[in-house]
Ligand binder design. Structure first.
Ligand SMILES: NC(=O)C1=CN([C@@H]2O[C@H](COP(=O)(O)OP(=O)(O)OC[C@H]3O[C@@H](n4cnc5c(N)ncnc54)[C@H](OP(=O)(O)O)[C@@H]3O)[C@@H](O)[C@H]2O)C=CC1
Ligand SMILES: O=C(CO)COP(=O)(O)O
Length: 341
């Protein structure tokens, strides 16, 4: 693991949370289980903030989760929310992060640590969220962590046993964050593969879209098993070219995350793909879903990055063709099925 950057106190005591959706709400619940951390919660919707202040629950996402007022303070102003926090946790879909951070500057982030919980890429720029934070706000690499692992917000809300992995090049920071999240129903691990965990989390959403399309087209479990095992090879091949360090792809931050998204009833990406396989247009599927499927944006970013890398990526290519080139899912999967082994 990387060395400790002495400019940073690696302890996590007050987190500013950026975003008010299901994952932000689930993470607030996790951090509120212990007594170590206080949370400044920024949401963009004023009505939701008023509801949280009055009724101690998020009205539109995971409404059953109790928000503890002595631990969580809602904020209307993001700059204010960040001011007295030591750590900033990003939890809006990647496509909205630039807008969400608005006019914040490097000065606002000075001395702060970052946690990205986002499993998507910045569209058009085709960069990871952590790379964006380094490039635009000058955050030191050591002061950034990613929370990965197979974990759906809905199951956190139900306190079902789950596992999260904290990835950071700074071991001390990763350990301190992992420690702050451990609770009765959450176990944590740490790794130093910041970009690898993040890339894998992005790519598994594309694969989940593919699994959904397959299901919508009436392919069965036999086909999906082959699709997912080929997907792991595809991820391996991409990561070898994009960020080649030693990693155990069979561990839960990689394979586990891929499996939960491709098999779970809660997967937004699989649901989105399923609608497309059943004949919905991309626009209609997006309108029908009340949540964001990161795989929609990710398939374009990864496809474009891979033009330079040249990894074998038949599944990502198929999803890109279906979503962005309007090739019929039926035709595209007839081509794809001959490329899988
Ligand atoms: N849900 C899950 O189980 C998990 C999700 N993740 C990742 O977490 C990230 C967030 O996903 P999730 O919480 O599920 O998404 P949701 O669809 O549940 O929520 C999205 C949130 O983003 C807010 N938002 C949208 N646009 C903007 C904007 N321009 N500025 C500020 N806020 C905005 C929405 O606000 P509003 O409601 O006002 O529209 C909403 O609060 C994604 O990258 C996802 O991959 C990671 C692990 C698990
Ligand atoms: O990234 C996410 C959870 O890991 C959200 O996407 P899914 O809901 O498709 O799994």
């Amino acid at each position: 693991m990387g060395t400790l950057n002495t400019e940073f106190d690696t302890s996590v005591k007050r987190i500013a949370v950026v975003g008010g959706g299901s994952w932000a709400t689930a993470l607030i619940k996790i951090f509120s289980e212990g007594d170590q951390v206080k949370l400044n919660w920024w949401l963009r919707n004023k009505k939701d903030i008023n509801h949280i202040r009055r009724y101690h629950s998020n009205p539109r996402y995971l409404g059953a989760v109790k928000i503890e007022p002595e631990k969580v303070t809602p904020y209307e102003d993001l700059r204010e929310a960040i001011k007295n926090a030591d750590t900033v946790m990003l939890a809006v879909p990647a496509a909205f992060i630039i807008e969400a951070l608005g006019d914040l500057t490097a000065e606002d982030f000075k001395g702060k640590k970052i946690i990205s919980t986002i499993k998507g890429m910045i569209p058009k720029q085709n960069i990871l969220v952590t790379q964006y934070m380094e490039d635009v706000f000058g955050i030191p690499h050591d002061a950034i962590a990613v929370i990965g692992g197979p974990c759906h917000a809905e199951e956190v809300a139900m306190e079902k046993q789950s596992y999260l992995t904290v990835a950071s090049s700074c071991n001390e920071y990763a350990e301190s964050l992992a420690d702050a999240m451990k609770c009765r129903f959450i176990k944590t691990a740490t790794v130093d593969d910041l970009y690898g965990v993040e890339y894998c989390a992005v790519m598994k959403n594309i694969i989940a879209v593919a699994c959904g399309v397959a299901h919508g087209l009436n392919y069965g479990d036999n086909f999906q098993a082959v699709l997912v095992s080929n997907a792991l090879q595809e991820i391996k091949c991409f990561l070898k070219r994009a960020y080649n360090i030693e990693r155990d792809l069979a561990s839960s931050a990689y394979l586990g995350d891929l499996l939960v998204t491709t098999y779970s009833q809660f997967s937004r990406n699989r649901t989105f793909g399923n609608m497309i396989g059943r004949g919905y247009s991309v626009k209609a599927a997006q309108l029908e879903m009340e949540m964001i499927a990161e795989g929609y944006y990710a398939s374009k970013s990864i496809y474009e990055i891979n033009k330079d890398l040249g990894a074998e990526m038949p599944i990502t290519t198929a999803v890109f063709h279906i979503i962005y080139e309007r090739i019929s899912p039926y035709v595209e999967f007839n081509i794809l099925k001959n490329k899988l082994t």
